[in-house]
Design a binder for this molecule. Structure first.
Ligand code: MG
Length: 677
């Protein structure tokens, strides 16, 4: 046999058609799995009666003794549930738990209301061919809410249903792998279908998610009469298969690997009775120690360059510390590990806006203030001496603000200009760094701007990741595209690579400057200079230098709402209610040569959610080797409406060693702005 059949029992289960009339839900009775006694270390403290019963050949009694042991086990808990008797449930969790009773499974926030997976559950139902929807079904996100509903209501129906769904999942999702060579031969076979399904159901990230959540489910349901000795053996054998699968199929890198490591650490800590528990735990600790050095750049940024994954990574590293602390092995993490986690938090503190939300760079979503406040409170417990964390954890009631205003993170390429830390601050975050990992986008030089309570130039975000559906891939391409950022694009092509060089970073004084350069295309370099003037406005100089020819478009993604504009003088301004407005105007050497283009733009701050806005660009044709240059003035202001702004180059054309311009903005004094190497 060339194919590898890992789980035999369930491989032949036929997949029902969704909504089949005759569907009776079979196959949900747990069976006693004697192999569990081989997986456990029966010499562990407390398992003597299990061992005795098993050795005398009475596995039913052994299983009953094992259940008794777990029901009375003390001193092991999860960070999420310290005491199963004292849990609470929120409205949303209650809804997911109740819907699950009807087989409407909460798999993904982006796909609501939840889909019905059939009376006789079809775990392969894939209503929208977005990979995330199919993967995340197998995270069983409604299982823990069912446990919470069970504990808070005492209603056995949740436990009955959970055990059935749990067993049903095992039966219908065998772990099957077929050799590539065998794949062709097995066309149309059940095995091939199972192997295909395993790619979703048994992707290590999903497996690790279940590995973690099943600890909580175990805590919540263990006392239920539905949690029988037979069920316990099924549960433990299934759990072991999960940990074993990860230990042989670690993701190669990135956040997936981190999640897996942290959850293996949890598995080893929560079920120390397994023979391999110690090695699971140790593999988790070792990987986290190794990856923290690799994934966290020296400036505290995470190498995916995505604020959302940055947070998720802090959460993983932090949670590992918490589990280790709860179970008495925190000393297995060296000081360098603790320092890296603290650095990551400080990095976030700088790029975050005064309302605690984050830039939407790369594949980021917006994290709410409520969630962030909770995060800071948690972090403050682990880093009690850090006064800045304390400040944000208490909304300024305790602790202190950082001593600096503007700050650059040169390894990650995040540059923050700011004139204050309060709601009324003016803050620009520029992203101009290395290529980053999978979630990073080809967006060199893009920025976001916060002013007086509002983010005015928000990144487009990501909207979706990927899938088989061509429409999903189209949207993915749209949101990732270089031209849908606040930056420069030639001939509408995505930049070849993102790898910028910081030429100058001057974060102090009346005129603060960032100069960054990037080999956008084979024959074209984009140099961007940002002047932050008197803490009041920004002047951005973009220069496209090289032999490449074509249309050079300088894009700005306008905020949603009333944004009048004029081709006469190449400007946009906002007419927003409230006191957060802006005026933006673009200039070049020969204004006759500039055109303005307005296209449909989008902003997405969460998966599968988007709002329409204007994608504006100013364009010049590059017909020779001569550089093409732009000056953009962005003047944030309280009042809506137009402004008098002028700007011009005062040098003799592009020079490798500097730039100089002159601007006059509103009632501010005329200003000469320049840098020179
Ligand atoms: Mg983006």
């Amino acid at each position: 046999m060339k194919h590898i059949l890992i789980t035999i029992a369930a491989a032949l289960a036929l997949v029902p058609t969704l909504g089949a009339q005759e569907s009776t839900w079979k196959n949900t009775e747990p069976e006693l799995k004697p192999e569990v006694f081989e997986l456990l270390n029966l010499n562990a403290p407390g398992l003597a009666s299990v061992k005795a019963a098993h050795q005398s050949g009475d596995d039913n009694a052994a299983a009953a003794a094992l259940l008794d042991y777990y029901r009375n086990r003390k001193g092991i808990c999860t960070p999420e549930i310290r005491n199963a008797k004292k849990v609470k449930i929120n409205k949303e969790q209650q809804k997911w738990a109740d819907e699950a009773l009807e087989h409407k499974f909460f798999s993904h926030k982006g796909y609501q209301p939840s889909y019905f997976y059939g009376e006789d559950i079809n775990w392969r139902y894939w209503p929208v061919q977005d990979n995330e929807l199919r993967w995340q079904l197998h995270r069983h996100k409604w299982f823990m809410p069912m446990g919470l509903a069970y504990r808070t209501s005492g209603d056995e129906k949740y436990a009955v249903e959970w055990t059935k769904e749990y067993i049903d999942w095992i039966r219908k999702n065998p772990l099957v792998k077929i050799d590539k060579s065998e794949y062709e031969i097995n066309a149309d076979s059940q095995l091939k279908e199972d192997a295909e399904n395993s790619r979703y159901a048994w992707r290590p990230l999903e497996v690790s998610h279940r590995l973690q959540d099943q600890c909580m489910q175990f805590q919540l349901f263990i006392d239920s009469p539905s949690f029988t000795p037979e069920f316990l053996t099924e549960f433990l054998v299934n759990y072991h298969r999960h940990a074993d699968h990860i230990s042989h199929n670690w993701s190669k890198q990135g956040n997936h690997l981190l999640f897996e490591a942290q959850r293996m650490l949890m598995a080893g800590s929560f079920f120390p009775e397994f023979k391999e528990a110690e090695s699971w735990r140790k593999s988790g600790v070792d990987i986290l120690n190794r990856e923290v050095q690799k994934q966290v750049l020296p400036d505290g940024g995470h190498y995916e360059l995505d604020p959302h994954y940055h947070l998720a990574t802090i959460e993983i590293f932090y949670k590992a510390l918490q589990i280790a602390d709860l179970n008495g092995f925190a000393n297995e993490f060296p000081k360098s590990y603790w320092d890296a986690v603290e650095n990551m938090i400080m990095f976030y503190t700088d790029i975050m806006y005064p309302d605690y939300t984050n830039p939407c760079f790369s594949d980021a979503k917006i994290t709410t203030k409520r969630v962030m406040l909770n995060n800071y409170k948690k972090w403050a417990q682990v880093f009690p001496d850090n006064q800045v964390i304390r400040y944000f954890a208490t909304e300024g009631e305790q602790g202190t603000l950082p001593e600096h205003l503007s700050k650059g993170f040169l390894d990650s390429g995040f540059f923050v200009f700011r004139n204050g830390w309060g709601q009324d601050a003016l803050q620009m975050v520029v992203k101009a760094g290395p290529a980053g990992e999978w979630h990073a986008q080809p967006d060199f030089g893009t920025f976001e701007l916060w002013y007086n309570g509002k983010c005015l130039f928000q990144d487009s975000g990501s909207y979706v990741y990927e899938g088989k559906d061509p429409e999903i891939m189209e949207w993915r391409k749209w949101f990732r595209a270089t031209s849908h950022h606040n930056t420069l694009v030639v001939n509408d092509q995505d930049v070849d690579k993102v790898d910028s060089k910081t030429i100058l970073w001057e974060p102090e004084g009346d005129v603060q400057v960032l100069v960054t350069e990037h080999p956008s295309y084979k024959n074209l370099t984009h140099r961007r200079t940002v002047f932050f003037v008197d803490g009041k406005y920004f002047v951005i100089v973009d220069e496209a230098v090289g032999k490449m020819k074509g249309w050079v478009n300088l894009h700005y993604q306008m905020p949603k709402g009333d944004v009048p504009n004029s081709r006469e003088d190449m400007h946009f301004h906002s007419n927003f209610e409230g006191e957060s407005n802006f005026y933006l105007q673009c200039f070049c050497d020969d204004m006759e040569q500039m055109q303005m283009k307005k296209e449909k733009g989008w902003q997405s701050s969460d998966y599968q959610k988007k709002v329409q806005r204007i994608d504006a660009s100013f364009k010049q044709k590059k017909e020779s080797d001569d550089p093409v240059r732009f000056i953009t003035v962005i003047y944030p202001k309280q009042k809506a409406g137009e402004e008098n702004v002028t700007a011009r180059f005062t040098d003799k054309g592009y020079s490798e060693s500097g730039v100089s311009v002159e601007v006059k903005v509103g009632k501010n004094k005329k200003k000469k702005l320049s840098w020179k190497l």
